[in-house]
Write a protein that binds this ligand. Sequence first.
Ligand code: GLC
Ligand code: CA
Length: 556
Amino acid sequence: MNQEKHVWWKESVVYQIYPRSFADSNGDGIGDLNGITAHLDYLKTLGVDVLWLSPVYASPNDDNGYDISDYRAIMKDFGTMDDFDRMLEGIHARGMKLVMDLVVNHSSDEHAWFVESRKSKDNPYRDYYIWQDGKESGPPNNWGSCFSGSAWEKDEASGQYYLHLFSRKQPDLNWANPVVRQEVFDMMDWWCRKGIDGFRMDVIAMIGKENYLDGVQKNGAPYGSFGASCTHTETTHRYIREMREKVLSKYDLLTVGETGGTPEQACRYADDHETELNMVFSFEHTELGRDPVLGKWSDHKVQLPELREVMNRWELELQGKAWNSLHLSNHDQPRSVSRFGNDSPLYRVRSAKMLGTLLHMMRGTPYVYQGEELGMCNPYFSHLEQYRDIEALNAWKQWVDTGIVDAQDMMRYMQKMCRDNGRTPMQWNRSANAGFTTGTPWIEVNQNYLKINAEDELNDPDSVFHYYRRLIELRHTVPVIVYGDFVPLLEQDPCVYAYSRNLDDKSLLVACNYTENKAPCTLFDGLEGTELISNYPTHQQGLLQPYEARVCLITT
Ligand code: GLC
Ligand code: CA
């Protein structure tokens, strides 16, 4: 008998909005809160329960809002606090919930705390950040930042260095200082009292720095890794438990940690007894194909066996212990249909639906990233000027400008992997700029918007949109999809990803052909059950058609 505890956030589907690229209401080329409010009915039609907003706080936008200069104010580009309140009201009026991004591993260097902190060694805010003396005229240790270069920046005023695991405009907050922790908890409480429904916690696994020893430096890598000292430490867990005690436990929230790591680590963050968070984001599947030196910069095409091995292992190791979130794309990833599926005109729709099926029938809370429900694709930008992302622009300097990587190769990697692939404007309709803005968009619109846009898909019962709507509806109406046990099937099959879900007398059979070839498959032959969803109107005996997905409910 399955003992899964029933809670709303396990029964929900979350929709991630990247506000900058969602909808522009005032023609300045930047998406904004009023743009979101204007499209709430669209999201209600899709049927999602929860909206997660990437950061909308005041920010100089060095990393598109992930560098916050005031945690209690709205970014000017996005509107005002009144706009926010109206949006929140609109979300709640439609029976949906709102999850805010919580970016507290670091702030912006333009946050008042840091402006004070860098003034002098004896400033009362000095200890809000991590300052150290250099070593032998260099930085305190060999750590590299996630966005290239050293993780330390020398500040001329005092001659000391401050730590920034991301860009130099994102100084790391000093969580070892109890005053900093209390500031963060008070701020979280303030948002909860405003009525928000949860937090997505940015790189939360990194808050507990345990030491500042040199990190492992892989062959050819210019810097050492900070991982062992900063990530998944006991100290991190202690801070999260304190956060739970002081804030999270007082409200009924959805909390999801951007933690990554291993299933074992996930079981600590997201264990069923809710000592820390409700669920985590894992990235083993989105990190497949990483290059030992260049990291994410590669053009590896993810194959079924490797994807299945990772995803099944996460499903099985969390089962009965912890809760996972299910995602194939977000604002840091390329478009899922371009990466895992096939975005050619012939197979885009089929493979987007197949990927949706594969993911949404699993155990965990599914996340839909804006535009994924339309089958939006990578834009394949071919000029550096078209890119905006600080991670990519820094990487270009590090690898191409130094002559280590050929420009053409790097451009190919960026077309596959750059975060901007998922950040091109939402494609609403066939009008100029896909209806995203009447002005000049901050990043180019994907030119395929005449073929791929929300308006056309709403009118086409066979669209990716309506398929996602049905997937979401199934999660709301068929309990085995939420609470059933996960059992992998056909684990050696070269083409078919198959599994079952089981709850009481119900069994769900899921099979997806991950390839563009016909794949032998007899799972459904002679089976008596109800087909819940499929991306093909008719089936063939003994095989799955290219990218075919089938889901069948059986009563035993
Ligand atoms: C997370 C965010 C990413 C951001 C980084 C630093 O990984 O998802 O967009 O750049 O943290 O805040
Ligand atoms: Ca705007």
